[in-house]
Design a protein around this ligand. Structure first.
Ligand SMILES: [Zn+2]
Length: 558
């Protein structure tokens, strides 16, 4: 049920997650002094200026200035909205997101009735598989394909009886039409979309049924049928089997993309629970972005026929913009006429996994594909492969993978066509690092106090010891400091990440606080720096100057 996520849960979640583990999963980190470093995933750079601090539960980049807590990282890195980031984070920690009932505030339309009807239809189809006289045919078919009752249950497989209006006789017809289950003709005729088929409910990653696939049990056509696009079902964004996969493993080492429902089921039957299928559509960038939220390696494993080869090349082209550092794609080419379903039956798990292990790296596949029918020993062949590669390589985000690809292509030929690209990458990098370079400015004591307070919320107690009358102290950032103290008292944050979370709704304040949280008061290479001492020193100075300024202001008024 949709509902507002309780504030306490978000605080709890931020306490349970360790930002170092979370980020390390996406961007491998190295320990450096009392923090962890990496090359920034948000801008291109040669030396690492992206730093993650375990005590603060906060990351920030000295190069481009990004920073935030675990939630911000997921939102930025995986392109998630706030709720999705909370959900992914909860999955990472292994807890469920609770919802406050009846407080759903969102300008998104509420499609809960569509989800509900599809859930009820799915249950109905499961019952038909077990009890309908024709359901037996579907069970026989599943048996003939070697699928167990357990797999049928795990994927909620069902049977749609060979009947034109059985759904309409049981459920609300308007809802069925909107959910894509009943076809409404212009002449007023209506009929069930799925008839006499084995049906596969399609779930989104949040375990909501969004559509169905159906397979005939005889030779009639079309062999497979999918739900049409509806308000809640978009084929280019969803993958069959993803929810079931994540139920088994929330952080799979790799995910295989296959062509069909039966491939996913057959692999699962053999204990390979990490495959998903695109739904009768080409693999899209959206699909890949979705999968890269959960894994760092994707393997394309399409059928070993011409259609499968075309699908592979299309998927490879889609993948280039997604290839940030730390992400990897491999290509598992199957023998002619084979599909993953048949292959795993013939060769077993060991054989299948051996092929998986030996699968091609994306860069090798790419170059081999482009080099087809070219003679790389000739100048013509060399210049042709460069011009074929260029538009694709340009789509790869700046980073190690792009550089390696360029090097690899340049090694193939004596020509220097791609040097243009590598030079461009260098220029991009220099511009970014020069303009955003961390500038050292003299820091005022009130900024030191604010920054250290945000970086160490527990220091709020120290302030109480030193200040009794705020009224008699005057300084520029006083209101800001009081607001932060107030926030700390109300929210009792355990670290910087938690403190900032309380201000997410207030963009201006959130940005201002993030800036202060990023401010490098403590030299990062100095382990012996006494934070408390620096804080108290700056605080005393603020009070001293603030009292003088207060008196001056009074005198001016008089
Ligand atoms: Zn950066």
């Amino acid at each position: 049920m949709a509902g507002k996520i309780p504030r306490e849960f978000i605080d709890e979640l931020l306490l349970r997650v360790d930002i170092v583990d979370l980020i390390d999963l996406h961007v491998p980190l190295k320990k450096a002094g009392n923090s962890f470093k990496a090359r920034c995933p948000f801008h291109t750079e040669k030396s690492p200026s992206f730093s993650v601090n375990r005590n603060k539960q906060f990351y920030h980049c000295f190069g481009c200035g990004v920073g935030g807590n675990a939630i911000s990282f997921l939102m930025e890195f995986s392109h998630l909205d706030f709720v999705e980031a909370i959900e992914d984070l909860a999955r990472f920690v292994g807890i469920k997101v609770p919802r406050e009932a009846g407080q759903y505030q969102s300008n998104k339309q509420d499609y809960s009735d569509l989800y509900l009807i599809l859930e009820r239809v799915a249950i109905f189809y499961v019952e038909q598989l077990r009890h309908h006289v024709q359901g037996n045919k579907a069970i026989e078919y599943l048996k003939s394909r070697g699928l167990s009752g357990e797999i049928a249950k795990q994927f909620s497989l069902g049977y749609a009886p060979d009947d034109w209006s059985i759904l309409a006789s049981k459920f609300d017809v308007e809802l069925l039409i909107n959910a894509g289950m009943v076809v409404a003709k212009d002449n007023g005729g209506r009929y069930d979309r799925f008839r006499g088929r084995l049906v596969f409910p399609i779930r989104d990653k949040r375990n909501r049924i969004i559509g169905f696939g159906g397979r005939v049990l005889d030779d009639s056509m079309p062999k497979y049928l999918n739900s049409p696009e509806t308000a809640i079902f978009s084929k280019g964004k969803e993958l069959y089997g993803l929810f079931e996969l994540l139920e088994k493993q929330s952080k799979p080492e790799r995910i295989i993309i296959v062509e069909g429902y039966m491939d996913v089921l057959a692999l699962a039957q053999f204990g390979i629970h990490y495959s998903v299928a695109a739904l009768g559509t080409a693999t899209s960038k959206n699909h890949l972005d979705l999968l890269f939220r959960f894994t760092s390696e994707i393997v394309f494993c399409f059928d070993g026929d011409t259609a499968g080869q075309n699908a592979t090349w299309k998927a490879v082209q889609e993948s280039f913009p997604c290839l940030k550092d730390g992400r990897q794609i491999r290509i598992m080419l199957l023998p002619d006429g084979q599909d993953p379903d048949c292959l795993v039956r013939e060769e077993g798990v060991t054989g299948f996994e051996k092929r998986l292990h030996d699968s091609q790296m994306l860069s090798d596949y790419f170059i081999e594909f482009l080099a087809q029918e070219l003679n790389l020993a000739t100048l013509e062949g060399q210049s042709q492969i460069i011009s074929r590669a260029k538009p694709h390589v340009e789509k790869i985000p700046n980073g190690i993978f792009r550089e390696k690809m360029i090097t690899k292509l340049n090694e193939l030929s004596d020509s220097t066509g791609l040097d243009v690209l590598s030079i461009q990458a260098t220029i991009d990098r220099e511009i970014t690092s020069n303009t955003a370079a961390f500038q050292i400015k003299p820091i005022k004591p009130e900024h030191v106090v604010l920054a250290l307070l945000i970086q160490n919320p527990e220091m709020a107690e120290i302030i109480e010891e030193f200040v009794d009358k705020w009224d008699e102290i005057s300084f520029n950032t006083k209101n800001g400091l009081l607001a932060v103290l107030d926030g700390i008292e109300t929210n009792q944050p355990k670290n910087t990440g938690s403190l900032l979370e309380a201000y997410r709704g207030d963009t201006e304040k959130h940005e201002w606080l993030t800036g202060l949280a990023n401010m490098e008061v403590i030299p990062s290479d100095n382990d012996d720096f006494d934070t408390k001492e620096a804080f108290v020193g700056a605080l005393k100075r603020v009070i001293e100057l603030g009292k003088k300024r207060y008196i001056n202001e009074l005198l001016e008024k008089i």
